[in-house]
Design a protein around this ligand. Sequence first.
Ligand code: NDP
Ligand code: AKG
Ligand code: MG
Length: 474
Amino acid sequence: MYEKITPPTTGEKVTFKNGEPIVPDNPIIPFIRGDGTGIDLWPATEKVLNAAVAKAYGGKRQISWFKVYAGDEACELYGTYQYLPEDTTTAIREYGVAIKGPLTTPIGGGIRSLNVALRQIHDLYACVRPCKYYTGTPSPHKTPEKLDVIIYRENTEDIYLGIEWRQGTEIAEKLINILNTELIPATPEHGKKQIRLDSGIGIKPISKTGSQRLVRRAIYQALRLPKNKQMVTLVHKGNIMKYTEGAFRDWGYELATTEFRNECITERESWILGNKEKNPDLSLENNARQIEPGYDALTPEKQAEICKEVEGVLNAIWETHGNGKWKEKIMVNDRIADSIFQQIQTRPDEYSILATMNLNGDYLSDAAAAMVGGLGMGPGANIGDECAIFEATHGTAPKHAGLDRVNPGSLILSGVMMLEYMGWQEAADLIKKGLSGAIANQEVTYDLARLMEPPVEPLKCSEFADAIIKHFDD
Ligand SMILES: NC(=O)C1=CN([C@@H]2O[C@H](COP(=O)(O)OP(=O)(O)OC[C@H]3O[C@@H](n4cnc5c(N)ncnc54)[C@H](OP(=O)(O)O)[C@@H]3O)[C@@H](O)[C@H]2O)C=CC1
Ligand SMILES: O=C(O)CCC(=O)C(=O)O
Ligand SMILES: [Mg+2]
C-alpha cells in the first residue's frame, strides 16, 4: 500500500468517533522530522515523549513511531520536487494522529506551504495555539504570568487558500478588467474605485461554514475551562473588511446565541441585562443610550434599531440569563485585530480564548508566544474531526539548523498537547513538570539563557531535553 515506507509491526491505529479520538494503549503515530532545525528538534522531542510515557505507564502504554517524509527529506527519498509524497498523506489519514517538525516555505515563489497543504488536505480546520507562562521563563513583558490564552485560528481558508495571480499574468489582467468594468463601477458602495492595472490579485474567502465550525470548537474549549476563563473573543478587522472579517464576527455571535444560547452571553447582551439589574425601571431608550456611545447623535432610524435590539434581548433572555445568571455563562465578545495586539499586552488577564481567522491568528500567535518567552515556547495543534497534526508555532529557523542549539520547548509542548488530546494526561503532566523544573533551575537553551538576568550559560537542544527528563523527579 505504501511506496517507500513501512509502518511499525507493533501497535494499532487511533480511530475517531464524533470528532474525538479513540486511542489504543500502543498507538502508531506518524512523525515528520521537519526541515532546518527539525533535525535538532525532533530527536529531543521523541526522547522526552518516550521517557514520559515510559515513566507514567511503566510499559502499559507506549507509542510506536512511524517515520513519514515531507520537505527536503522527502525529496531525498522520493525524488526531486516530491515534497509531500502520497505515502505521507495516506499514513496520516490512516493513523489519525501525527506530529511534525517545521517545514520550509520559500518566500515569493517555488513550492506553496507544505504546512498549509497538510492542514487543507486533512481538513484540520482548527489551529490551536496556547500561550501560557512557565515560571522563571525570561520575557520582554513585565507580567507575562498574566497571559494565559489559547488562540483558535481558522486553518483552511482566508488568503491561505492560495488563490492568487501574479501581476502581469493573463488571468490577473482579465480579472482586473472584469472588476473595473463590470463590478466595481456598477456597485454604489464601491463608487468609482478602480484597481490599478499593474496589481497582483489575491482572493480572501471567509465562509460561514468555516467560521462557525472554528468558533464551535472554541466554545467547546471554553466550556472545559474554569469559570473565570470561560471567555471567547472573536478577533477581526470587520470595520475595514465587512463581508469577510465582519462576517466572521457576525457568524461567531450567531452561533453563540443560537447553538449555545443557554451557555453563552455576548458582551453587549451583558450590558443590557446589567443596566436593567442596576435600575429595574430603566426605559428601553435609556438602556439603549447606555450601551451605544453617541446614541443621541444617531439618526432616528438607527436609534429605533438599537431600542429594538434592547427589547429583543430582554424579551429573549431576561428569564434565563437575567438577575446575574449571565455571569455564570461563557462571555463572547469581539475585538478589532489591531487592538487585540495591544490588549493582550496591556490587559493580558482579560482574555482567554481568541478565535481568529487564518492570517490574524498567524500573526497573533507569534506575538503572544513572544510574551511568554519566545517562539521556543509556542506549541500548537491542527485539529479536524478525524485527524490531528501537532506542530510548533515557529518555523525551521534555518540559521540555527543542525547546531543542536534551538529550544525544543515548542515541539515538546506540542507533544504534550498530543498526549492530552490522546487522554494520556499523566505523561503530559510529567513533561510540564520537567520543563518547569528545568526553567526554574535556569537550565535552558540559548534563546532563554540570553534573556535571563544575568544571562546564563545555555544548554544545547539535546541537553535541554535531558534536563526536562531529569526534572520529572522534582
Ligand atoms: N509550521 C511550520 O512549519 C512553519 C514554517 N515556517 C517556515 O520556516 C522558515 C523560516 O521562517 P522564519 O520566518 O525564519 O521563522 P522561524 O519561526 O523559523 O524563525 C524565526 C526566529 O525565531 C526564533 N526561533 C524559531 N524557532 C525557535 C526555536 N525552536 N528556539 C528558539 N528560537 C526560535 C529564532 O530567533 P533568533 O534567531 O532571533 O534567536 C529564529 O531565527 C520559512 O520557510 C517559513 O515559511 C514558518 C512558520 C511555521
Ligand atoms: O507554512 C509556512 O511557511 C508558514 C506557516 C506559519 O507561519 C504558521 O503556521 O504559523
Ligand atoms: Mg506563523
